[in-house]
Write a protein that binds this ligand. Sequence first.
Ligand SMILES: Nc1ncnc2c1ncn2[C@@H]1O[C@H](COP(=O)(O)OP(=O)(O)O)[C@@H](O)[C@H]1O
Ligand SMILES: [Mg+2]
Length: 258
Amino acid sequence: MNQVNNKNKPVFSLKDINLFYGDFQAIKNITMDINYNEVTAFIGPSGCGKSTFIRILNRMNDLITTCKVTGEVLYEDKNAYDKNFDVIELRSKVGMVFQKPNPFPMSIYDNIAYGPRCQGIKDKEALDTIVENALKKAALWDEVADRLKKSAMSLSGGQQQRLCIARTIAMEPEVILMDEPTSALDPIATQKIEDLIIELKQDFTIVIVTHNMQQAARISDKTAFFLLGELVEMDDTNKIFNHPKHEKTEQYITGRFG
Ligand SMILES: Nc1ncnc2c1ncn2[C@@H]1O[C@H](COP(=O)(O)OP(=O)(O)O)[C@@H](O)[C@H]1O
Ligand SMILES: [Mg+2]
């Protein structure tokens, strides 16, 4: 998928990012690269800016009127905050899955077909293929193949979250952002999503916010530790969990605060 891009470069390259909500500075001078086909986890105590920072990547903060971002956000080498940059295109290339599963109140099929239809795909066979492939990639097909016309609201929480992932996949994104995607789910549903994320990185770049450090350790390649709006350190996940450079990281991952 999208092999035209030079995947040796980072998909996102962020430099000197500051973010303000009115007078309050929520993100302080963060520089970070995010690599293709990796899982990058954002960890840190509640309120440290993880959700704020992940929303910078698809410009979701644009919707908050008091919010101002400075610094440089390069998405595939293009300035994502440039006036001429197409935000709609960005949001289709950088999809997002939220904490609480939010399927549309329509059938399973229509949830997945919604985005492609909006993009002008009307042919039934083409849509059938998109729906089937997205559900297969999201590891949901076997559970719903015989009830595609049933309401998405009839699915369990874990199935709804995989449906939301399938809905994102149907848009053929490059990057999938996930903000605490399993925190509303039981342990079995959580494990299914974790297994799925590990599968998905073959095709997509994943950025995940999690307050669950074991989850970050299990599924991510890179871990970024945030504290009070700053990026304390970011490195290979096994280094962060086994040999962190900073005392604050060590204290956090050993459960001494947060
Ligand atoms: N829309 C907003 N307006 C003002 N302040 C906000 C808004 N959203 C978040 N904040 C503040 O920004 C800081 C970071 O919040 P957030 O990114 O949600 O942290 P996290 O996801 O790590 O828990 C917190 O102090 C929070 O209160
Ligand atoms: Mg958050």
